[in-house]
Design a protein around this ligand. Structure first.
Ligand code: AFP
Length: 319
């Protein structure tokens, strides 16, 4: 059974990228250890302040963000970082080759109920020899050189692409390394499972209401088959299920705040997940365009997300 460094040694990833991935995944194991202590370490609950998103920060949001920021800042190959928990980018090493954007703890509202959370990361190659600015991060997702997440579930799993397919690794505490457990993940184009927060139904566009209504009508309805529904309330958990057994995940635009295109963030949620899904034969769109084609305008911008089984994404967008 190969471990992460053996798999990367056989890939075309340059040593500098391998070092960024080693620091990122190594820090995720430290985050996993902190999560496992849970309330025993007095680190659950609220940190008592808000992040740039105006969201109440949980202690572990801040702890995991600081762990990743400190470790990546010390990595010579990192030029700068962007994080859900940091208002601005944080410049690191001026001769570093890579920019990394991350959500240190996606699904943090699940922490206090011991449910699925994860770390999502997106890596770009920086060009030019200047100190990084926010502008340098505003690169379309199709230019990512690597993307992935570490899911803190019953086991800690790394799911990673460096542009040549998607591999899944399971952390083995006895070997203290991620072991390759699924190679070249593929998502089936059809599905019978959808993921959406149904409590927002009355706020969706009429087209989205009609699409989801037809799913719930099952065999008797126009889709002529029954569907199942799952909602983890952590994108990393819903995407992992889709990479493992198919499905479609939707966080659509809603009229709760019409000025917001969606809830999920482009740079460190939608883009990395979109790269993973496309590398696994799936699709990832907003209501109007391929997510990886979006030219970002701000590091914390939000987008609507429809991703998963290619034919089901097409069907949803046909409404
Ligand atoms: P938190 O990190 O604030 O828990 O939000 C998680 C998330 O950004 C994404 O991971 C989930 O898919 C989505 O929000 C869940 O949103 P709802 O709480 O509206 O279901």
């Amino acid at each position: 059974m190969q471990n992460l460094s053996q798999v990367l040694a056989q890939s075309s990833a340059p040593d500098s990228l391998k070092s960024v991935l080693a620091v990122t995944t190594g820090t995720c194991i430290a985050i996993s250890d902190a999560l496992k202590q849970g309330s025993l370490a007095g680190i659950l609950g609220m940190a008592g302040n808000e992040n740039v998103q105006g969201e109440e920060q949980k202690k572990l949001d801040v702890i995991s963000n600081d762990m990743l920021k400190d470790a990546l800042m010390a990595c010579p190959s990192v030029r700068a970082i962007a994080s859900e928990e940091e208002e601005d980018i944080v410049a690191a090493n001026t001769d570093g080759e890579y920019l990394i954007a991350f959500d240190p703890l996606d699904g943090s509202s699940n922490i206090d109920i011991n449910a699925m959370v994860g770390t999502i990361f997106s890596i770009y190659q920086q060009t030019g020899d200047h100190a990084a600015t926010e502008q340098d991060f505003l690169i379309a997702g199709k230019h990512q050189v690597a993307a992935g997440y570490v899911l803190y579930g019953p086991s800690s799993m790394l799911v990673l692409t460096t542009g040549d397919g998607v591999n899944m690794f399971t952390y083995d505490p006895t070997k203290q390394s991620f072991i390759l457990t699924t190679e070249n993940v593929q998502v089936a184009p059809e599905t019978k499972e959808f993921a959406i927060n149904m409590s927002n139904q009355r706020f969706w566009s009429e087209n989205m209401q009609n699409y989801v209504k037809d799913l719930t009508l099952g065999k008797e309805g126009p889709r002529e088959k029954d569907f199942n529904m799952r909602w983890v309330a952590a994108m990393v958990g819903d995407v992992h299920r889709i990479l493992c057994r198919g499905g479609i995940f939707i966080y659509p635009w809603d009229k709760k705040d019409p000025s917001k295109p969606g809830k999920l963030r482009l740079m460190y949620e939608a883009n990395p997940m979109a790269m993973l899904l496309e590398q696994a034969g799936g699709k990832a769109h907003t209501h109007t365009q391929r997510i990886l084609d979006i030219e970002p305008t701000a590091i914390h911008q939000r987008v609507a997300v429809v991703l998963g089984a290619a034919n089901e994404v097409d069907k949803c967008l046909s409404y």
